[in-house]
Write a protein that binds this ligand. Structure first.
Ligand SMILES: [Zn+2]
Length: 180
């Protein structure tokens, strides 16, 4: 536990403050106020792909000291996925609502983007696509890929995530049907 670019996590509670991460307190609350642990960059629990880690069993976000806002919001995204889910074993990304958007985006991704973001990539996992969409929606950048590439590759996933972040009811979302 410690200071993260101006944010204090005293007693594992997000206490706000200045710095690069200011403005994401609402996301933390929306995600069910997960425990936030700041650790060493050498912590072996840190996710290989993007530099952070989320533990569903304890609803804990683990990020290294000096983590970028994209990494922190990506990990808060995993917590949000779990919090929006139906139960412990069914995160939001396991529901049909997310599955439809994810599948269409995967099918329509161009060949080049598919190499980096397709089903055989890191983002072939639904939960990683969701978490990265949260990072892109909140910071404009992904933790593992550039925001611009993610935005053009996952337009429906991103729209759905933005809806969830806005707290708008599901009924306001109409699945896009046209190819861009
Ligand atoms: Zn992740």
């Amino acid at each position: 536990m410690g200071d993260l670019q101006g944010h204090d996590f005293r007693g594992n509670q997000w206490t706000g403050g200045g710095g690069a991460l200011a403005g994401h307190e609402d996301l933390h609350a929306l995600a069910g106020s997960p425990r936030v642990e700041v650790t060493s960059k050498n912590d072996t629990r840190l996710e290989f792909g993007v530099g952070g880690y989320y533990e569903p069993d304890t609803h804990t976000v683990v990020v290294p000291e000096g983590a970028s806002p994209a990494v922190v919001t990506h990990e808060l995204g995993h917590a949000l996925d779990q919090h929006l889910g139906m139960d412990k074993n069914t995160p939001f990304t396991a529901t049909a609502d997310f599955g439809v958007a994810y599948r269409i985006d995967q099918e329509r991704m161009d060949v080049y983007d598919r190499q980096l973001l397709g089903r055989t990539s890191y983002f072939g996992k639904r939960l990683e696509a969701f978490a990265e969409a949260v990072a892109v929606a909140r910071t404009g950048e992904g933790a593992g890929v550039r925001g611009e590439r993610f935005t053009r590759s996952f337009p429906r996933v991103l729209a759905l995530v933005k809806e969830k972040l806005s707290g708008q009811p599901r009924s306001t979302w109409t699945p896009p049907t046209r190819v861009r």
